[in-house]
Design a protein around this ligand. Structure first.
Ligand SMILES: Nc1ncnc2c1ncn2[C@@H]1O[C@H](COP(=O)(O)OP(=O)(O)OP(=O)(O)O)[C@@H](O)[C@H]1O
Ligand SMILES: [Mg+2]
Length: 271
């Protein structure tokens, strides 16, 4: 089986739009006919609940998978996958015990950064996903380090606000540190999120990010749109909940850009 392309939505700044981005990227890729495995790497479980998976994953979840990858001789990553109601979309959900994972990973001695990589390798032996899309927690901790080591591309959503652009240099350093271990890791791009171009600070914020990251900002920006919060409240992905909303269409456009960055051809949209 082929190894999937692993896309990780990351930013240590809380509320920058990681889970919203991951939730929409998954459906937009699935709409194009790709098989997608979403993995919720955040103990807040926001991505899992968006897909109605709040009650799932008591036994099968990312916490168990990472503990078992170390402990079970016949570890089979595919056993931790749950099916969703959405075509082409499967999941590994988060669990509240994920809070324990940071210390648990610290305590494991050998190959401390390779646990998530081993999980993906194990899944690739039996399953055929085109993409894995990770949502991550708002830290620069050991779990995120493991996820970066297992990734091909990091996609960084940045909230278009003063707080959103302040202190972003740290994620760049974190990326550089990780790429010493994972030479294959690339920055897929920066997504400006919650953009309101009528506000003058929006343009300033975009300039600040351009100065810091250069030309890796995606052309497509995600506007402030109440349908994002509404769909999350209703525990449904934005792209099926409000398929014609402004943000949904922007996430689709963004996904086309992501596909061109990762070198996969855009497929005919199946609606
Ligand atoms: N385009 C948008 N328009 C309006 N609200 C948005 C938009 N994108 C995200 N939000 C809202 O902003 C909040 C933060 O977004 P989200 O949960 O995706 O960020 P996050 O980076 O995953 O946060 P955390 O760091 O806590 O995991 C949520 O309440 C979400 O509904
Ligand atoms: Mg989140």
């Amino acid at each position: 089986m082929a190894k999937p392309t692993v896309l990780t939505c990351a930013n240590h700044k809380g509320g920058s739009g990681k889970s919203s981005l991951a939730g929409s990227l998954i459906i937009a890729l699935a709409e194009q006919g790709y098989r997608v495995l979403g993995i919720d790497g955040d103990m807040q479980r926001n991505l899992s609940t968006t897909y109605g998976l709040r009650e799932f994953g008591k036994e099968k979840n990312l916490y168990r998978a990472i503990e078992d990858v170390d402990e079970l001789e016949n570890f089979n990553g595919a056993e931790y996958i749950v099916k969703t109601d959405y075509e082409n979309v499967d999941f590994i959900v988060s669990h509240e015990d994920m809070a324990l994972l940071e210390t648990s990973l610290m305590l494991k001695m050998a190959e401390r950064e390779k646990y998530v990589s081993k999980l993906i390798e194990s899944i690739s032996e039996t399953e055929n996903y085109d993409f894995v899309v990770f949502d991550t927690n708002p830290t620069l901790g050991v779990l995120n380090f493991n996820i970066f080591v297992a990734s091909d591309y990091v996609i960084i959503p940045v909230e278009c606000s003063a707080y959103g652009v302040d202190g972003l240099g740290a994620i760049l350093k974190f990326y550089k540190n990780t790429s010493r271990v994972n030479k294959n890791l690339k920055i897929g791009g920066i997504v400006m999120s919650k953009v309101d171009l009528r506000k003058s600070i929006a343009k300033d914020a975009i300039e600040v990010v351009k100065d810091m990251f250069g030309d890796v900002i995606f052309d497509t920006m995600i506007s402030t749109d109440t349908s994002v919060e509404k769909s999350q409240w209703d525990e449904e992905p934005l792209l099926t909940h409000s398929p014609d909303s402004r943000a949904a269409n922007q996430y689709r456009e963004l996904t086309k850009e992501v596909l061109s960055v990762v070198g996969k051809k855009e497929r005919i949209v199946q609606k």
